[in-house]
Design a protein around this ligand. Structure first.
Ligand code: ADP
Ligand code: TYD
Length: 209
C-alpha cells in the first residue's frame, strides 16, 4: 500500500508526517525531494526552458526514489510529496509549451510511465494566506535571494499550484485508469484536529487491508 501526502507549502505535511511517524512505527516513511536531491542544480526560472529542466530534475530524483518505495511495499509506505507535486508545481510552469492543462498533465504522466502511482493521496487542503503566514512566522533565516519565501512559495505561484492540484483531483478519471483514492483534510484548523482526522483515516485504511 502506497500513500502519498500532498499539499501546498505550509499546509502542514511535514508536521503531520512527524506525528504519524510516532504513531505508526511499523510503516515506512519517505519524502520528496529526497535527501539526495540536487537543490543547487534547480534553475532560477529566468527563462521558459528552466521550468522543463527543473521538471526533469525532480523526475530524475523520483525515478531513483522508486527503488526505495518498491523495496518497502510489504509495509505501508507514506511519502511526503511525490509525482502529484510535479503536476501541481511544474505543471503551471511548463504549461506555456502546451495548449491546455489536460495536455500539460498528460505530458507529465506520460513522461513518468515507469513510476508507480500511489493507491491513496491524502491532500492537506489549506488556504494560501494561512499557509504563507505559517511559513513566514516560523522561518528563521532568509534564502540566498535575501527573501523569506522561495519563488515556488510566493502567493501568485501557489495560486497556480492549488489550481493544478484541484484540477487533477477533480478530473482524475480522465488522467489515469488507476482507482486512486483522494482523501482531503481541512488543513486550516489547529494541529490536533488535523492529527485526529489523519489518525482516523490511517486506522480506517489499515482495517480495510
Ligand atoms: P509543509 O511541510 O506542508 O510545507 P510544515 O509542516 O513544514 O508544512 O508546516 C509549516 C509551518 O507551519 C511549520 O513551522 C509548522 O510548525 C506550522 N504548522 C503546521 N501545521 C500547522 C497548523 N495546523 N496550525 C498552525 N501551524 C502549523
Ligand atoms: P519540500 O521540501 O517538500 O518543501 P516543504 O516541506 O516546505 O513543503 O519541497 C521543496 C519545494 O520543492 C516545494 O516548494 C515544492 C517543490 N517541489 C516541486 O516543485 N516539484 C516536485 O516534484 C517536488 C517533489 C517538490
Amino acid at each position: 500500500m502506497f500513500i502519498n501526502v500532498e499539499g501546498i507549502d505550509g499546509s502542514g505535511k511535514t508536521t503531520l508526517i512527524n506525528y504519524l511517524k510516532t504513531e505508526f512505527t511499523d510503516m515506512h516513511f519517505t519524502k520528496e525531494p529526497t535527501d539526495s536531491f540536487e537543490f543547487d542544480k534547480l534553475k532560477k526560472l529566468d527563462n521558459k526552458y528552466d521550468s522543463i529542466y527543473n521538471f526533469f530534475l525532480f523526475t530524475y530524483d523520483r525515478i531513483k526514489h522508486q527503488e526505495e518505495i518498491k523495496k518497502n511495499l510489504d509495509k505501508i509506505v507514506i511519502s511526503d510529496r511525490y509525482l502529484i507535486s510535479s503536476i501541481a508545481y511544474e505543471g503551471p510552469l511548463i504549461d506555456q509549451f502546451f495548449n491546455n492543462m489536460d495536455e500539460t498533465i498528460n505530458y507529465i504522466l506520460n513522461t513518468s510511465k515507469m513510476i508507480i502511482l500511489p493507491d491513496i493521496i491524502i491532500y492537506l487542503d489549506a488556504d494560501i494566506d494561512i499557509s504563507i503566514n505559517r511559513i513566514i512566522n516560523n522561518r528563521k533565516s532568509l534564502n540566498k535571494n535575501n527573501k523569506i519565501l522561495s519563488i515556488l512559495e510566493e502567493k501568485d505561484n501557489l495560486k497556480n499550484v492549488k489550481m493544478y492540484y484541484n484540477y487533477f483531483f477533480d478530473n482524475l478519471k480522465k488522467f489515469t485508469d488507476k482507482d486512486i483514492r483522494i482523501i482531503k483534510i481541512d488543513a486550516n484548523r489547529n494541529i490536533n484536529e488535523i492529527f485526529n482526522d489523519a489518525h482516523k483515516v490511517i486506522k480506517d485504511i489499515i482495517s480495510n487491508l
